[in-house]
Design a protein around this ligand. Structure first.
Ligand code: 3HC
Length: 295
């Protein structure tokens, strides 16, 4: 199969990343099925796609006609068998837990067409280990988008130990067809390239504040204004979800060692359910005004 044979893409998981990936695929002209485990979750994802497309049109980044056409290419499903019945490519963006992803792939293998390629949007987990619960490890790779997918150009295309070159070529072509710049990651190591750099940066920022060496505002000012990153470290952690960064760190800590030990400031936020913008509160408070610092 090559990219011209891809008509239908199923995205599993309608959260922050899943809905954004579905949006990008629909904008590229693919028929997209967005699937989550409950009607409520899938509807929320669909509503976010609609909001985002309308916002892009409002900002003249695309025409309202193209926004409406993209939305019309998105359908939703809860039943997995129905969601993947016609899929040429399945992009999985379910929570960043090995056990959950393995469960999803075991069920997916039962229902997906034989020719379908599986691409995981995992932020850090082993592509090889995930691929081994399927009967198609050669047609399995990482396809790691960045948040928000509709605005971020980069896609990491990650090879597992069993991934065929044809699969990597296809997924790179697919990313290009979505207007993205794919970077091939040959080594399946925790966090791949971007998160191996970015997540420890967020963790170190938290350790500095935890030690009382600087305040959150001071750290964010340096990263955002002096280092030239688009967001401060804490602002970015809130934006991607503190739980997402924390789970990546936990995995890097387990596999790569103590240098990646998560700062307690992160685990405290995760335990309290203060996960960032998506819950209205993280390192900053999004309910009482724009990004006010939480004491
Ligand atoms: N769709 C459409 N519009 C969106 C949007 C979306 N998904 N998200 C935000 N917008 C809108 C905003 O509502 C705002 O509209 P408003 O002015 O009417 O309120 C507008 O876009 C802002 O756009 P601008 O271009 O003016 O703003 P910025 O220049 O600040 O760009 C940004 C926004 C692209 C998000 C920028 O802040 C940025 O690049 N941030 C860093 C993001 C980043 O680093 N992502 C990677 C994280 S790591 C990751 O994802 C990996 C994972 O595995 C952990």
């Amino acid at each position: 199969m090559n990219v011209d044979d891809v008509d239908s893409i199923t995205v599993l998981g309608a959260g922050n990343m899943g809905h954004g990936i579905a949006e990008v695929a629909a904008l590229a002209g693919y028929d997209v099925v967005l699937r989550d485990i409950e009607d409520e979750f899938v509807q929320q994802g669909y509503d976010k796609i609609e909001w985002s497309l309308n916002k892009l049109a409002e900002k003249d980044r695309l025409s309202q006609e193209d926004a409406d056409a993209a939305l019309a290419r998105v359908s939703t499903a809860v039943d997995l068998a129905e969601a993947v019945a016609d899929a040429d490519v399945v992009i999985e963006a379910v929570p960043e837990k090995m056990a959950i992803k393995k469960e999803v792939y075991t069920e997916l293998e039962e229902h997906a067409p034989d020719h379908a390629v599986f691409a995981t949007n995992t932020s850090s987990l082993s592509i090889t280990e995930l691929s081994e619960v399927t009967a198609r490890p050669e047609r399995f790779c990482g396809m790691h988008f960045f948040n928000p997918p509709v605005r971020m150009d980069l896609v990491e295309v990650i090879s597992g130990a069993h991934t065929a070159d044809e699969t990597l070529d296809l997924v790179e072509d697919l990313a290009e067809s979505m207007g993205k710049t794919p970077v091939r990651v040959r080594k399946d190591s925790p966090g791949f390239i971007v998160n191996r750099i970015l997540v420890p940066l967020m963790n170190e920022a938290a350790w500095i504040v935890h030690a009382g060496d600087a305040t959150m505002a001071e750290v964010d000012s340096t990263t955002k204004y002096d280092m030239g990153l688009p967001m401060g470290s804490f602002e970015l952690a809130d934006y991607v979800g503190i739980d997402v960064g924390y789970h990546v760190l936990e995995y890097m800590h387990e596999v790569l060692g103590d240098a990646y030990e998560p700062c307690p400031l992160l685990s405290e936020k995760v335990e309290a359910g203060d996960l960032g913008q998506k819950t209205g509160r993280g390192f900053y408070d999004y309910e009482d005004g724009e990004g006010a610092e939480v004491p």
